[in-house]
Design a protein around this ligand. Sequence first.
Ligand SMILES: Nc1ncnc2c1ncn2[C@@H]1O[C@H](COP(=O)(O)OP(=O)(O)O)[C@@H](O)[C@H]1O
Ligand SMILES: [Mg+2]
Length: 239
Amino acid sequence: MIEPGIRIEGLRKRYGSGATAVDALKDVNMVVAPGEVVGLIGPSGSGKSTLLKCLGAVIEPSGGRMVLGGETIYDDGWKIAELRALRRDRIGFVFQAPYLIPFLDVTDNVALLPMLAGMDNAAARARALELLDALDVAHRAKAQPSELSGGEQQRVSIARALANRPPVILADEPTAPLDSERALSVVRILNRMAAQYDTAIIVVTHDEKIIPTFKRIYRIRDGRTEEEVGEGRVVPEMA
Ligand SMILES: Nc1ncnc2c1ncn2[C@@H]1O[C@H](COP(=O)(O)OP(=O)(O)O)[C@@H](O)[C@H]1O
Ligand SMILES: [Mg+2]
């Protein structure tokens, strides 16, 4: 059996303690294959952000197990010492806002993370250009972020998330500010990138425009996950 990109078993997270404790995650179970894009949906307060923060090693779970790219990173306690390196090298984050660095050009925004991970500057820039090309923004490589449209900025932020070739990408409402056409374009790109780089991608969303595109959906309700079959509607390439 091929080890999935993401495996979560019985994950729990309690905030606080005693009478005021909040059990945000009670029993979360998920499997995402390399190259697969799954949707994570659920009402406000159901635990979506908590789950992404646990997976992204931003907060510590209270129990359960998480496996990323074949390695157990958490099993009733962290199993790896370098959480900062884990976040930088093995997890790509895409947020609702692109958070590009305003004083670096587009290429360096993407090349920065590989450089921080120890890649030499020329190789990091070459990788950045390859990704920008795959995302159809290579012609903006020398531009400053402020010169880009919202859709272009979001594509650059996806290139940045992919720059260290992470086995996992976590996207939190990546299409919320975009119009329908741009939102579907981001989904098409995430699907293409997942297939091209064998990345396991989780997209947290309540965007009705993109929910029909997922083949598989995890619905989180009161801290517990349920798996659903999605419509898997194909997003046509734009002219
Ligand atoms: N830092 C925190 N301290 C205490 N409770 C929290 C904290 N963060 C989130 N919660 C609670 O955990 C539950 C899940 O929150 P969250 O993961 O943000 O849900 P969602 O992203 O689905 O809206 C909510 O009841 C929320 O109030
Ligand atoms: Mg949230």
